[in-house]
Design a protein around this ligand. Structure first.
Ligand code: ZN
Length: 238
């Protein structure tokens, strides 16, 4: 074991002199990986070395549309089924034994994050609204998000896991040092939830997309009437 650490150190000494594999990135590689620390973090969190997270204000307008539509869909079979899918996706299941890395670690991390959401009483409806908004956001931007299952799954899970305050990580070395940082969900936890939602909700998201498009078309047609030719009756000669 110690010899492999020694070997890794030797490899890292050479590897960190080499440039990051991402085209256009000016930094050097981290440890024995092919990417710099920033590109590596982005790949872990968002599924691609150049991907950035989708921030709340970016998808807020879509979220509003989705929430408004759902409020008018009360009692709809499709909506009830979608809520059922999300309820299953959010279920942490039985308690898992602590396993930080290796096989089975994904299930442990997902159980831990989902238990956090359950303890904070995040409602399935709220999670459904956010998931659908994120998936619509991605579908509207094929250039920014090429058809990529990993990027979609991580974007959805990142947004849903943030519906409750993240675990805090204590940085300090002394009792007086109270610096903390939020503990971001790892790639394994993101993929477990993200894939359940992405796969389970795909048909529903296409359904919502078609409904919103139809409503927009009707609205546009209504507005177009403002441009219709005006044909007043002739004024009588006095
Ligand atoms: Zn890089």
């Amino acid at each position: 074991m110690s010899s492999s650490l020694y070997q890794n150190r030797q490899r890292a000494r050479i590897n960190t002199q080499r440039p990051c594999d991402t085209p256009g990135c000016p930094r050097n590689r981290k440890w024995t990986t092919s990417l710099c620390s920033q590109c590596g973090d982005r790949r872990t969190r968002h599924g691609h070395p150049k991907a950035l997270g989708i921030r709340k204000p970016e998808y807020a307008p879509l979220l509003k549309l989705v929430r408004d539509l759902f409020a008018r869909l009360d009692g709809s079979t499709a909506l009830r089924e979608a809520e059922h899918v999300i309820r299953l996706a959010l279920d942490p299941g039985p308690e898992r034994r602590k396993k930080r890395s290796g096989p089975g670690a994904d299930a442990y991390h997902a159980w831990r994050e989902l238990s956090r959401l359950q303890a904070a009483k995040v409602s399935p409806r709220r999670a459904l609204e956010v998931s659908v908004a994120i998936m619509l956001y991605i579908r509207e931007r094929p250039a920014q998000f090429p058809k990529d299952a990993v990027m979609t799954a991580r974007a959805v899970a990142n947004a849903v896991y943030r519906l409750a305050p993240l675990y805090m990580y204590h940085y300090g070395t002394t009792v007086a040092d109270h610096r903390t940082n939020s503990l971001k969900p790892c790639a394994g936890a993101l993929d477990v939830l993200g894939n359940r939602v992405r796969v389970g909700l795909a048909p529903f998201v296409r359904n919502v997309e078609a409904t919103l498009a139809e409503e927009k078309r009707e609205e546009n047609e209504r507005r177009a009437r403002l441009y219709e030719k005006l044909t007043p009756t002739k004024r009588k000669a006095s």
